[in-house]
Design a protein around this ligand. Structure first.
Ligand code: FE2
Length: 406
């Protein structure tokens, strides 16, 4: 069964990554920061969590205002480092944990915590500025991460209490996971800082210390604050501290503070806090999506779920791109090349070549992208339905109430 071994609160700052990559760890200006992470790294090295769940925010690197999710859970097998404008940092991709991520999505949604899911999006300094300070990465990272993105860049943000409740829901989900896994939960962001406007450079160390004390002993008091309280006390961007509340919500009340470091050099109060969770593991619950129990007994039906979306993203994107005139043109010009350039497997290319509609559905294509392929071919939905049923078009239409409605 899965168990949460503790939580880490950490600031995330792009300049940490720059200093790290330039090897400034022991320079006097940076040593108090980097040395302050050593105890956290040692704790992780000793506890060896299989997975880190990281509540973080994206800084308009993977998501934009055309579709900005309030909460988004990563379900991918791995994550690249985002290019934030200066090229990608020299860090290997970090593995994800699709099985636990799928479980989290199912449990959270069935716990009435409707969360978006994402894959194929890079992670920015919200994850990767503290991660190399916590985990070694040569040649690879020692475990997997599950990123949970939180909107702190476009109001309305999720309330501090909602973030705390999300953490509690994540704990319930992890405790229900049947596999033996150890999980550390991380919340990144803050502490006091403001990076825009005439108030840029605002800090308040007294408030930072009070926040650290409350996150350990009375997180619900912090959860009852409003965004404006965080903005007033710690600067506009300190509202990121709501991600620490998500981390704290995932911990029990039986915790021990293992380590704390605070370093304020220029504009962001940089902190790392380690809280070990002493609560014993609970008996695992039942995994799976209760909303779909028994669906496998409904003939001719293929519920499109996260594992299908992850394993068949290439094929589905191939059809999805047929919304674009240039993609349609490429396919018309040379089908085989278009399939190859899209990275389709031999099996998928054959299914496409044969217009094998039911084969494509069984393989994991979603009907709503297949429609676009059908439009390209001049095939109607009614003709696709007939094909999937294994009937001639006329035979299928004869089963309709108005067979002439074609
Ligand atoms: Fe940030």
């Amino acid at each position: 069964m899965a168990r949460i071994i503790g939580g880490i609160g950490s600031s995330h700052v792009p300049t940490i990554g720059v200093a790290y990559d330039k090897g400034k760890q022991q320079q006097p200006a940076w040593a108090p920061l980097f040395n302050g992470y050593k105890a956290a790294a040692a704790w992780l090295a000793e506890k060896k969590p299989d997975v880190m769940i990281v509540f973080y925010n994206d800084h308009l690197n993977a998501f934009f205002y055309d579709l900005y999710p309030t909460f988004a859970l990563g379900v991918a097998p791995s994550y690249e480092v985002a290019d934030e404008g200066a090229g990608k940092r020299p860090l290997p991709p970090v593995p994800g944990h699709p099985a636990l991520a799928r479980h989290l999505a199912e449990q959270l949604v069935n716990d009435e915590f409707d969360i978006s899911v994402f894959q194929d999006r890079p992670l920015d300094h919200g994850v990767f500025s503290p991660l190399p300070l916590l985990w070694p990465h040569n040649p690879g990272w020692p475990g997997a991460i599950i990123p949970i993105e939180v909107n702190v860049v476009q109001y309305p943000l999720p309330t501090p209490m909602r973030c705390f409740r999300l953490g509690q829901a994540v704990r319930r989900a992890i405790e229900a996971f049947p596999e033996d896994l150890t999980v550390a939960v991380v919340g990144t962001g803050g502490l006091s800082h403001q990076v825009h406007g005439e108030r840029s450079g605002f800090n308040d160390t007294d408030w930072d210390m009070r926040f650290i004390e409350l996150i350990e002993h009375d997180p619900e008091e912090l959860a009852r604050l409003r965004h404006v309280d965080y903005i007033r006390r710690g600067g506009a961007e300190s509202v990121e501290q709501i991600m620490w509340l998500a981390m704290r919500g995932a911990l029990s009340n039986d915790i021990t503070k293992i380590h704390q470091n605070y370093y304020l050099a220029t504009t962001t109060a940089m902190t790392v806090l380690v809280l070990e969770d002493n609560a014993p593991a609970k008996r695992a619950g039942t995994a799976g999506n209760v909303q779909l129990e028994g669906v496998e007994n409904i003939d001719g039906t293929y519920a499109f779920d996260i594992p299908t979306a992850v394993s068949r993203i290439g094929l589905n994107r191939f059809f999805w791109n047929m919304r674009l005139p240039e993609a349609r043109e490429r396919f018309r010009a040379d089908e085989t090349t278009a399939c190859r350039d899209a990275g389709l497997t031999e099996e998928e290319t054959t299914l496409v070549r044969d217009r094998d509609w039911i084969g494509l559905i069984r393989h994991g294509a979603n009907f709503f992208v297949l429609e676009k392929f059908a439009r390209l071919l001049g095939v109607t939905n009614l003709e696709v339905y007939a094909s999937m049923r294994g009937e001639s078009f006329d035979a299928f239409m004869a089963t309709r109430r108005v067979p002439d409605a074609r």
